[in-house]
Structures are given as C-alpha cells and as structure tokens.
Design a protein around this ligand. Structure first.
Ligand code: PLP
Length: 355
C-alpha cells in the first residue's frame, strides 16, 4: 500500500495466474498449457526473424497475421482484431464494448479474470448462476443488459453449449454485445465463427480466440477477436489509445506460421481428446465424478475426499493441479490434460492417495 496509488488501484483484486513452479520433475497439470510443443513451422519462422531487424518496430496493424486468420476462418481481415494474448484482447473488449450504463452478465462460475476487468474499468456486473449440473443455460440471461460474456466451453467446468443455443440467445439479445470466449474450442466444442461469415454477420457477436492453448504458444502471447467490422473498429480505437505495438515481430511471424499449420493443431488436439476420454474413465473407476468436458482440462470431484486434501496430496507427490477455494467449486479439482504418461502418473498417484 502506498499513498501514491490512485484510488482505483487501492480497490483492485488482481487475477492470480496458475502457478509456474520452478521445481524440477514436476507433472504440471494446472494452467491448461498444451503438453505438445508448438508447430515446428512456427518455431522456424520465429528463428528466421531473430536478427538485426529487431531494431525496427513491428507492423502495428499485424496485416499478415490478420490475413492468415481471416483465410483460415473464411472471414474478411477487417473482422479480425489482434492482441498480446487474449487476456489483452479481453481487456480492450471490456473497456471498449462492455463498459455501458447497464450491468453486464456472466456466469457465477467462470473465468475469474472477468470480474477483475470489471473492477479495473468500473463496470457493473451481475453473475448468472450455472444450472444444477454446472451448465450454462442461455435462457437465464435477462434483458436488458450491458453485454454478456462467457467462455464456450466454460472454464473451469469444461462444459460447452451448442452453437444453436448461442444463436437463440443472440436472437433475443439484440441490444448489447455477446462475447464468446473460445479459448478451448479446439477440443470438441462447436465454434460460433461460422455465424460471422458473409453478409449475415451479426453486429453484436464477438468471438475471442487464443494461441495459448491448442496452438501451444502460451509463451508467445497472441490472441484475437473476430466479429463485425464495426465492433473490430471500436476495439482498434481502444488499442491505438493504449499500445500501438502489442505484438512483436517474432510473435507475429510465429503466429502466422502456427495459424497456417492446421494439421499440427488437429493432431495435437486429437491426442489431448483421447487422453481426456481415457482419464475420465480411469477416474470414474476410482469413484470420481467428472463434468462432461470438451476442453483440454476436466473438472472432477470425489464424494469421499475434499478438493483441498486431494490437491495437497498430489502436490506432495510432485503433481500440480488447480483448486479454487470459492463456494460450489471447492470440492473440485481442475486437471489439465497432459500426455498419456503424465496422465498415468496422475492416476497412479490418486490410486495411492485413495487407498
Ligand atoms: C487461458 C484463457 C484465456 C487467456 O489466454 P491468453 O494466454 O491470454 O491468450 C482467456 N480466456 C480463457 C477462458 C482462458 O482460459
């Protein structure tokens, strides 16, 4: 605390990122990174630009990257907004689209950065409870509102809803922006991107993506938003009032190559899905109850053991998972899907702990 802090800084409750422990030989299943490396083509592209040209500023507009993303998703480049990780994209979305006179809405159990941005930008919000099976029920989002945001699949539950459900919500919610955070969409969730194609692109739907999860580039910091050109223009205004160069030369080049390597994305996502399905059935045999996941993590609880106890017992064995202390979720563990080998180590450790 310092008397020189601005009043808003004194009120902040910052987001706490998952731990990046320095211990060796850890099974790190706590921050939803990919266990498989990024596209080798992305690494080659980054290496090829690691030279004298770093004295020059990068392209402030990220033209090549916008084009690659637009081509991949069959959109126009003016429907693409880029940021330094999707967290920065989300920050600009909160400041530029979700700061309205009415409170915005998001699930009571969701990505814990959303309320943090609300505090930072002075945005009122209402949380909408998940259903009894921890599902998002779009019919419980009430009008009028200042905007709606949720991840699909939701985090930390891993549960997703269909594109048709989101279309129904969009059909009702015509006077505010609906933001779908698709950070984990590549592990078996229906994307809303097809809704943005052609002349029927709604003026109030924004889809946010990241290269941190399925493209295994969390360390590069690249995220993007897709939507109607008028929404993107609003975001560009915020970005150009904050930082003209959010993406460095290496990040832009690596991201272009990663976006173009769809085969690498599909192969690694498929492996994660297979490991997930196997892990869910192994955990079931141990008495765990796991929410249906279409993400690269699962949310699981054991009726006879508290989340806190299991978290600590795993940690003692060098396996790091995530445990949230808030009501309704404190009985759960959120476990990132690792390699088959990591998954087997986890199951062996749990067998030991439970016996
Ligand atoms: C990981 C994550 C992000 C942020 O990813 P970046 O690394 O900042 O791109 C955004 N939303 C959700 C729901 C996430 O889990």
């Amino acid at each position: 605390m310092s008397r020189f802090w601005s009043p808003v800084v004194q009120t902040l409750t910052p987001y706490i990122p998952g731990e990046q422990p320095q211990m060796q030989r850890l099974v790190k299943l706590n921050t939803n990174e990919s266990p498989y490396g990024p596209s080798p083509k992305a690494l080659a592209a980054i290496n090829s630009l690691n030279n004298e040209d770093l004295r020059l500023y990068p392209d402030p507009e990220g033209v090549a990257l916008k084009k690659a993303i637009a081509t991949l998703h069959d959109l126009n480049p003016n429907q693409v907004f880029l940021g330094n990780g999707s967290d920065e994209v989300l920050a600009h979305v909160f400041a530029g689209l979700l700061k309205q006179n009415r409170p915005i809405q998001f699930p009571d159990i969701t990505y814990s950065f959303y309320p943090v941005y609300c505090k930072l930008f002075g945005i009122d919000y209402q949380t909408v409870p998940l259903g009894s099976e921890f599902e998002i029920d779009p019919s419980t989002y009430k009008l009028p509102n200042g905007g709606i945001i949720f991840p699909n699949p939701n985090a930390p539950t891993g549960r997703s809803i269909t594109r048709a459900d989101i279309e129904k919500l969009l059909a009702r919610n015509t006077d505010s922006v609906l933001v779908i955070d698709e950070a984990y969409v590549d592990y078996g969730t229906e994307s809303c991107i097809p809704l943005l194609r052609g002349d029927k692109c709604p003026e109030n739907l924004l889809v946010v993506h990241t290269l941190s999860k399925s493209r295994a580039l969390a360390g590069l910091r690249v995220g993007f938003a897709l939507g109607h050109p008028s929404l993107i223009e609003g975001l560009e205004r915020v970005k150009n009032s904050f930082n003209s160069y959010p993406l460095g030369r290496l990040a832009q080049a690596g991201a272009v190559a990663a976006i173009e390597d769809q085969a690498h994305l599909e192969a690694s996502s498929q492996k994660v899905i297979q490991t997930r399905e196997k892990l869910v059935s192994q955990l079931k045999a141990l008495g765990f109850e796991t929410l249906p996941s279409t993400a690269n993590f699962i949310f699981t609880r054991h009726p006879q053991h508290t989340g806190a106890k299991l978290y600590q017992a795993l940690r003692d064995r060098g396996i790091i998972v995530r445990h949230f202390k808030s009501p309704r979720v404190e009985e759960f563990l959120r476990i990132t899907i690792g390699t088959d080998e990591q998954s087997n180590e986890l199951v062996t450790a749990l067998q030991e702990i439970l016996s």
